[in-house]
Design a protein around this ligand. Structure first.
Ligand SMILES: Nc1ncnc2c1ncn2[C@@H]1O[C@H](COP(=O)(O)OP(=O)(O)OP(=O)(O)O)[C@@H](O)[C@H]1O
Ligand SMILES: [Mg+2]
Length: 311
């Protein structure tokens, strides 16, 4: 626990988080215990969020007892941020994915027969309430309105689960909910107004040159400077094309770029790897050609692994 705390403080200091916020976060962690049975849900994520301003805004809102909604384009780090926040606050986290079949029972719980009696099998929202968890409402805009309407009393000042047929449960004081939603390209489903009004909303910015460089360097300590510059530039070029509406957002995916670079490191020819990670995510011939052109200006066809990685 003490080790975790020093790791936390060094991470927050690296991010240059405001000192008084760091102080308040540490105080929050020390104030709330975590029950033994959910302790395994408190963990340090594989990847930590990078970005001072977003981190500060999010932490400040959570400290005030608010719930957060992260809205932004694909792969802007929404889930990485959720996991990072749960760790920063030292709370057990619950992933709650929303889709068209999500209903109130899957959120709160279902009645089941255990030893000949009816018992409630507690759903993730119920457990969050009970243990002071951080509930990640992933892609919350994909849910049907009648499913999310059961969350209204949970997410506003009432802070309780209030559903006919269930015992009323008050939220543990450390419980928070963080919603994510994709926004900014075709196919976005709007979130209803009543639900939005229950969140503080963080608009996730597009990735900056500095952020992309930092993230790629962190993933690939052995990348050569020249290649790093070209891959960063490639992502920025794609981002600009998407922004101008020249290509769809399908190919703009840092996950895809990272996966391509991993494949190159295990010796796949660079252009084939990039095709798999980026170009082939588009299913439009003209768009594919355009993507190939962008890539050709950044990554010479003569390049092999040796031009990209040391050793
Ligand atoms: N600011 C950031 N800090 C750390 N990682 C980031 C950041 N922005 C993007 N990433 C990277 O983007 C990838 C995708 O992150 P994540 O899954 O959190 O995105 P998302 O916004 O939830 O995407 P989606 O909308 O597709 O669900 C991660 O693997 C990570 O490498
Ligand atoms: Mg996500």
């Amino acid at each position: 626990m003490r080790e975790d705390k020093s790791l936390l403080i060094s991470y927050l200091e690296q991010q240059k988080m405001d000192d008084s916020l760091i102080h308040d976060v540490v105080e929050f962690r020390e104030k709330y215990e975590t029950a033994e049975e959910v302790r395994e849900r408190v963990y340090i994520p594989d990847m930590l969020f990078y970005g001072k301003d977003i981190l500060e805004m999010s932490a400040a809102a959570l400290l005030q007892g608010e719930n957060l909604l992260l809205s932004g384009a694909k792969a802007t780090g929404k889930n990485v941020l959720c996991e990072t926040l749960a760790w920063i606050f030292g709370r057990p986290s619950y992933d709650i994915s929303f889709h068209v079949n999500t209903d109130s029972a899957s959120l709160i719980g279902t009645d089941t027969f255990i030893h000949n009696e009816v018992r409630l099998r507690k759903g993730p929202v119920y457990q969050c309430a009970e243990f002071g968890g951080f509930g990640i409402l992933d892609e919350v805009n994909m849910a049907k309105n009648d499913a999310v309407s059961v969350l209204h009393a949970t997410l506003d000042h009432r802070r309780r689960i209030d559903v006919p047929g269930y015992a009323r449960v008050r939220l543990h004081p450390a419980a928070r909910f963080i919603g994510t939603m994709n926004y900014g390209y075709a196919g976005t489903k709007e979130l209803n107004e009543a639900l939005v009004s229950r969140f503080m909303v963080v608009d996730m910015p597009p990735l900056s040159e500095e952020t992309i460089r930092f993230l790629l360097k962190k993933q690939f300590a052995d990348v050569k400077e020249q290649a790093l510059r070209q891959f960063t530039g490639l992502f920025l070029d794609l981002q600009a094309k998407v922004y101008n509406g020249e290509v769809s957002a399908r190919s703009l995916d840092l996950r895809g770029l990272i996966a391509s670079m991993k494949a190159i490191r295990s010796n796949l020819p660079p252009l084939s790897a990039i095709r798999m990670g980026i170009v082939n995510k588009s299913f439009d011939v003209f768009e594919k050609e355009m993507l190939e052109d962008v890539i050709a200006t950044r990554i010479p066809s003569s390049w092999t692994r040796a031009e990209i990685f040391e050793g």
